[in-house]
Design a protein around this ligand. Sequence first.
Ligand SMILES: O=C(O)CCC(=O)C(=O)O
Length: 262
Amino acid sequence: MGKRPKEGVAASIRDFCADGFLVLRGAVAPDIVCACVEVIEKELRDRAVDPRDPATWTEPVVRFPCPEGPAFAAAGTSPALGEMYDALLGRGNWVQRAGVGGTLPVRFPSMRDPGDAGWHIDGSYDVDGKWWVNVHSRRRGLLALFLFTDVGAVDAPTEILVGSHLDVPRVLAPFGERGVFFGDVAGNLPASTFERPRARATGRAGDVYLCHPFLVHRATWPHLGSGPRMVAQPGIAQHEPFALRDGPGVCAVERAILRGLE
Ligand SMILES: O=C(O)CCC(=O)C(=O)O
């Protein structure tokens, strides 16, 4: 009986290594989600967008940094998340943030191309004002998708190429420590990456997708739902870039990179 939760974590890690992501359903408690949404709605009103008035939804996407404050600190420090960060990155290896962080693209019902929906991996460090990435995944241990609203299939969910994190290391390796602009990665991937199965990051408000930093993903459109879709997408930083030396202490994220390099 006592073994089940541990087996659950082990199975989740196996899925994460193979697919490049896992989902923590209900990772953020409903009252915390509500408090976050109130703050997000205020941010929208400050930009002349009323989350309850479709007449003000003139753009398909409104993007801003995920707000800070107590509600977001509570969301970002949910115990379920901390346990899974430990399991995927190793205890003490990741940076605990007093908040969620990242950007928060709020997507509105619209038939228009939002202009930001290409396949990509996220960048992780700044080079002359641009986001770059290297095979050691400097400063980024995970990508998280925090669902602050319910996201159904019609609500412009993020789309994921399942297992694509295993294709990216071979593209990044030739660029060495210096790395490459994140926007130049997808174009160097083999055609087979884009033939991988696709998954959509749907779920309930409070669910969190934890993704390998090299997972290829994109925004989708049109948004055919009825209300704003709110998903924050922070990186979870690790203290040290992955050394990429195989051995007993290698965490799940690093192991997947090594597998991609084989
Ligand atoms: O909004 C989304 O569904 C994903 C957006 C995204 O991946 C990004 O902006 O980097």
